[in-house]
Design a protein around this ligand. Structure first.
Ligand SMILES: Cc1cc2nc3c(=O)[nH]c(=O)nc-3n(C[C@H](O)[C@H](O)[C@H](O)COP(=O)(O)O)c2cc1C
Length: 322
């Protein structure tokens, strides 16, 4: 998620769940080729398994970017065919690629020819006011036939290319989970991952009766501790879930290490930590302290210690809850 799932968020997410597959923000393939690729692609090795999401629509450019990315040991390359933003449409990629399945097939093939890791796709269930299932099935079926792509992440709502902001495009077009379930029924050999509007582990379990996986976006950002039980619940781990105290300690250590490097600021990292205490007493204080510009400007990780102490003070009568 652009601006959200940067390396600092992902590192925190990895402290919470060891197994959950993490995705980068969408990165423009041209930026990787012509820009500061180390800055765009470097991540902490502990973040693995990690998928790099690319934006683009020129097969050779995407292939070149994928090859460069493979040198950074990503575990998967994902092509964005779901973003409806006008800027992305101007570049003729993102969701509007759903109108161009032959081109998408060429993009996926060009990338897969240059890398050994899986090349996957994330797309919508349709564009604009198209509500029929068949165009979606044709899109997926054609890619299944013409490419080696076997992992389809399906955001279960249409993208409206005109008249809706990117934000509204994540909420207003109605969710059609039944379309995603039907894809799995019709293409049982494909790995179908459902995305869109999932906010609880109960919902994840329900969807997993019909599809192979679930991608959680906004809720995993605003309430990252949702992921705390995922290793045990979905990956068969027998290790105990991480506790708040241990997590905060690791986060402070990571933040200190990062602050010792150039170009990192506490503000950039702490903004991703704001949702960590979601649902706990003291969460408001935690958020307030970690978003206070006058406190953040000192660039000192001890602010996290102080915010955590405030949470603990709010829970003195019920220490077990944290
Ligand atoms: C701030 C923000 C940035 C996003 N950036 C991307 C992106 O770079 N690539 C992408 O495929 N989807 C992106 N999305 C969409 C999410 O991946 C996801 O498909 C959408 O939010 C629906 O899932 P959710 O209800 O679990 O959040 C973004 C969403 C948000 C809120």
């Amino acid at each position: 998620m652009l601006d959200w799932t940067d390396r600092h968020y992902r590192y925190m997410a990895r402290l919470i769940s060891q197994n959950t597959w993490l995705y980068t923000e969408m990165i423009n393939a041209n930026a990787i080729i012509h820009g500061n690729r180390d800055k765009l692609l470097t991540y902490h090795p502990q973040e693995q398994p990690i998928a790099l999401q690319l934006g683009g629509s020129e097969p050779e450019v995407l292939a070149q970017a994928a090859k460069i990315a493979a040198g950074y040991d990503y575990n998967e390359i994902n092509l964005n065919c779901g973003c409806p933003s006008p800027r992305v449409q101007q570049g003729a990629f993102g969701a509007c690629l759903m109108h161009e399945v032959a081109l998408v097939a060429r993009c996926l093939n060009a990338m897969q020819e240059t890398v050994d890791i899986p090349v996957t796709i994330k797309h919508r269930i349709g564009l604009d006011k198209e509500t029929a299932y068949q165009p979606l099935a044709d899109f997926v079926g054609t890619l299944r036939e013409r490419t080696a792509c076997r992992i389809f992440i399906v955001h279960a709502r249409n993208a409206w290319l005109e008249g809706l902001s990117p934000k509204d495009n994540r909420d207003i077009p109605p969710l059609r989970y039944d379309y995603v379930y039907r894809l799995k029924q019709e293409f049982p050999d494909l790995h179908i991952i459902l995305n869109g509007g999932v906010t609880s582990n109960k919902q994840i379990c329900q969807h997993l009766q019909y599809v192979d996986g679930v991608m959680v976006g906004r809720e995993a950002y605003h309430n990252p501790m949702l992921m705390r039980s995922w290793d045990a619940e979905f990956y068969g781990s027998t290790l105990p879930a991480v506790g708040y105290e241990a997590l905060v300690e690791q986060l402070i250590e990571y933040t200190q290490q990062q602050l010792a490097k150039p170009d990192n600021s506490l503000r950039h990292m702490a903004r991703h930590y704001l949702g960590l205490m979601h649902g706990l007493q003291g969460a408001r204080q935690w958020r307030r302290m970690l978003s206070d510009a006058s406190l953040l400007k000192n660039n000192n990780a001890s602010l996290i210690t102080a915010a955590w102490q405030a949470v603990k003070n709010s829970n003195v009568s019920q220490p077990a809850s944290i």
